[in-house]
Design a protein around this ligand. Structure first.
Ligand code: KG4
Ligand code: ZN
Length: 353
């Protein structure tokens, strides 16, 4: 089964062709990162305009690279939320138009669940295909930090989340404090890696929030502000502060994920989302995880359409359906499927009929 995946929830316009939810035939991503870097963050209006311009060329390249014609596509899977409203609209409306024009079924996908399904793709690990469930999932991106359990039926139940900033957002804001570029995660990781083996990372606090599965990064961010305000930072200061910050975030995320996996007897631990690209987080979680750990390769951690194609395939197999009335849902939480919520709405009798 060939699924065409479409992703436009933030600043990447991406279209993939994925075979049987595992094999990536193509995954074309037009990133707007350079454009938004100029403003130090994402400008929603610019993002939608660029999605609009990029959509057709990216779609054409994706089909060409996969060496398939549109007639070969069996299902269209598109991110319906969460994300920026204007950005999601371009993806969902493109998918609706294609579904109508090609007469191919359409399925709305939850972006957070799609991040987890990146771990099902063949190139992800040696053990691709469905992971052993139940799994404890840490989804850490620019807008979300969720700890969840994925049950044997594929349902997601959130265990905890960030009470303030998302982990990626904290990386981005702290990078700005340190005069590093956007996106901040890779910049902080690079600066931390430049700290010589002989030098110690800055010692920074950790918000453990004992007794639950939630996270908090605002205290750490304030501490970073206190330690940098009014100072002229030398390149070495930036390295020690970056390494200390990265250590604090990776320590808490990995320890709390490992603890949740232990207490729930998880059969797998699944890391995903843009921050899953962080090498220190990957290393610490690999060390601490009580169950086999799956981590997508770096290009499949940040936003892409292959994960949407994989999620679309598996959710379709599980019985999820959408129709041309699919709508965006910018605030869609983990565990809620756009397909299912929309189906309920469509099933309502029309009082004017
Ligand atoms: O999943 P994603 O591409 O987009 C959202 O859905 O939000 O995640 C983007 C986030 C950004 O905040 C970025 O700084 C962070 O992922 N990120 C990283 C790394 N690479 C990307 N954070 C830490 N270390 C990295 N290597
Ligand atoms: Zn994402």
């Amino acid at each position: 089964m060939l699924v065409l995946g479409i992703e436009t929830s933030c600043d990447e316009t991406a279209v993939s062709v994925v075979e049987d939810g595992r094999r990536i035939r193509s995954d074309i991503i037009a990133s707007q990162a350079d454009l938004h870097a100029h403003f130090g963050g994402i400008v929603p209006e610019l993002a939608s305009r660029h999605h609009l311009e990029a959509m057709l060329p990216v779609l054409e390249r994706s089909l060409a690279e996969a060496e398939v014609a549109w007639q070969d596509i069996d299902l269209l899977a598109v991110t319906a939320g969460p994300g920026l409203a204007g950005a999601l609209l371009v993806g969902v409306n493109s998918a609706r138009a294609l579904s109508f024009a090609w007469d191919v079924p359409l399925l709305g996908v939850n972006h957070l669940e799609a991040h987890v399904y990146a771990n099902w793709l063949d190139s992800s690990t040696e053990h691709a295909g469905p992971a052993a469930l139940p799994a404890v999932c840490l989804i850490v991106s620019g807008a979300h930090s969720d700890l969840a359990v994925m049950g044997e039926d594929g349902s997601f139940q959130r265990l905890g989340r960030t009470l303030d900033d998302a982990a990626g957002e904290a990386f981005d804001k702290v990078a700005r404090l340190l005069g590093l570029g956007f996106p901040g995660g890779p910049a902080i990781q690079r600066a931390a890696a430049e700290l010589g083996a002989g030098a110690a990372p800055e010692s920074l606090p950790r918000a453990w929030l004992e007794g639950d599965h939630n996270f908090s990064f605002s205290g750490l961010k304030t501490e970073m502000l206190k330690r940098t305000r009014g100072r002229t930072l030398s390149p070495q200061d930036v390295r020690t502060l970056s390494a200390g910050f990265q250590e604090s975030v990776a320590d808490v995320l990995s320890a709390k994920t490992a603890r949740a996996a232990q207490s729930l007897n998880a059969r797998t631990v699944l890391l995903s989302g843009g921050v899953a690209a962080n090498s220190r987080l990957r290393a610490l979680l690999a060390e601490r995880s009580p169950a086999p750990l799956r981590v997508p390769p770096i290009p499949l951690c940040t936003d892409n359409a292959a994960m949407v194609g994989a999620a679309g395939f598996h959710r379709w197999q599980a019985g999820d359906r959408s129709d041309l009335a699919l709508e965006i849902d910018p605030g869609l939480p983990l565990g809620v499927r756009p397909a299912i919520s929309r189906l309920h709405a469509v099933e309502q009798p029309n009082p004017n009929r």
